[in-house]
Write a protein that binds this ligand. Structure first.
Ligand code: NAD
Length: 260
C-alpha cells in the first residue's frame, strides 16, 4: 500500500528526517530529500538510499524560510515523481536563551522553519491529495508541542502551533482520504540536541553532563534517548491502511515524558 507512493521529507539530510527517509525508502516510498549540508555527502546519501531500496530518491535544497523555494521544492517533486502523496514536515532549528535576551532574528527564523514552512508545504500539496482521495501529512512536532521547558520560547510556541495546524487541516481533509498527524518526540540524540547542550548548561548554570542526565534524560522516565529508527517506523505506520482512522492526533514518542 505504501509501495510506489511519493514523499517530500523536509530537513532530511540529518537526524530524524534522515531516519524517516531511510524507513520510507525501505517501505518502497520514493523520497524527495531536503535540507542543508555538504553537497557531496548529500549526493552520497541520495544514491545509497536509491540503490539500497530500489526507489527513486531526489534532492532539493529549498531553504524552508523562503516560500518561493518551498514552491520550487513541491514543483520539482511533482515533475520528478508525478505527484506528492506524503509530506513529512520535519525541518527544524532550536535556540536556547531566556525570553528577554532572545534574539528577534532567531525568533523569526524558528517560527518560519518550525511552523510556517509546514503551512506552505500543506497549502501546496493538500489539493492534489484530496483530489486523488489519498494522502498523508506527518508533522514532526515535539514533546515541546505538548509541554514547555524554560528558555525555549520560540521553539515551544512554534511546536504548539504545529499541533493547532495539524488538527485544523485534519478536519479539512478528513472526508478525502487524507490523514494529518503530528509526532511528538522526546529527546533524540541528533546534531540539533547536541548543539543545545552547551547553551542549556549556560542558561541553567549546570554542567553539560548534568544537562544530559538531569534535564534531557531526567524528563524521560525510560532514561533512554528516542531513536530515529523508532520515529521512522511510526511515520511508515502512519502511511499504511491500519492508520487510516488516525487523524488530527498528536502522538508522543517520548519515553513517558508527557505522561508525568
Ligand atoms: P537536525 O539538526 O539533525 O536536522 C535538522 C534538519 O533540518 C537538517 O536536515 C537541516 O539541514 C534542516 N534544516 C534546518 N534549517 C533548514 C532550512 N532553513 N531549510 C531547510 N532545511 C533546514 O535536527 P533533528 O533533531 O533531526 O530535528 C528534526 C525535527 O525534529 C525538528 O523539527 C525538531 O524540532 C524535531 N524534534 C527533534 C527532537 C530531538 O530531540 N532531536 C525532539 C523533538 C522534535
Amino acid at each position: 500500500m505504501t509501495q510506489g507512493k511519493n514523499a517530500i521529507i523536509t530537513g532530511s539530510t540529518s537526524g530524524i528526517g534522515l531516519g524517516i527517509a531511510e524507513a520510507m525508502a525501505a517501505a518502497g516510498i520514493n523520497v524527495m530529500l531536503n535540507g542543508f549540508g555538504d553537497a557531496a555527502e548529500i549526493e552520497e546519501t541520495r544514491k545509497k538510499l536509491a540503490a539500497d531500496h530500489g526507489v527513486k530518491v531526489a534532492y532539493n535544497g529549498a531553504d524552508m524560510t523562503k516560500p518561493e523555494e518551498i514552491e520550487a521544492l513541491v514543483a520539482q517533486t511533482e515533475s520528478d515523481f508525478g505527484q506528492v502523496d506524503v509530506v513529512v514536515n520535519n525541518a527544524g532549528i532550536q535556540n536556547v536563551q531566556p525570553v528577554e535576551e532572545f534574539p528577534v532574528a532567531k525568533w523569526d527564523a524558528i517560527i518560519a522553519i518550525n511552523l510556517t514552512s509546514s503551512f506552505h508545504t500543506i497549502r501546496l500539496t493538500l489539493g492534489g491529495m484530496k483530489q486523488r482521495g489519498w494522502g498523508r501529512v506527518i508533522n514532526i512536532a515535539s514533546a515541546h508541542g505538548l509541554v514547555a521547558s524554560p528558555f525555549k520560547s520560540a521553539y515551544v510556541a512554534a511546536k504548539h502551533g504545529v499541533l493547532g495546524l495539524t488538527k485544523t487541516v485534519a478536519l479539512e481533509a478528513a472526508e478525502h482520504g487524507v490523514t494529518v498527524n503530528a509526532i511528538c518526540p522526546g529527546y533524540v540524540l541528533t546534531p540539533l540536541v547536541q548543539m543545545q547542550i552547551p547553551d542549556t548548561a549556560k542558561a541553567r548554570g549546570i554542567s553539560e553532563e548534568e544537562v544530559i542526565q538531569n534535564v534531557m534524560l531526567g524528563n524521560q522516565p525510560t532514561k533512554q534517548f528516542v531513536t530515529t529508527e523508532q520515529l521512522g517506523g511510526l511515520a511508515v505506520f502512519l502511511c499504511g491502511d491500519a492508520a487510516a482512522s488516525i487523524t488530527g492526533a498528536a502522538l508522543p514518542v517520548d519515553g513517558g515524558w508527557t505522561a508525568q
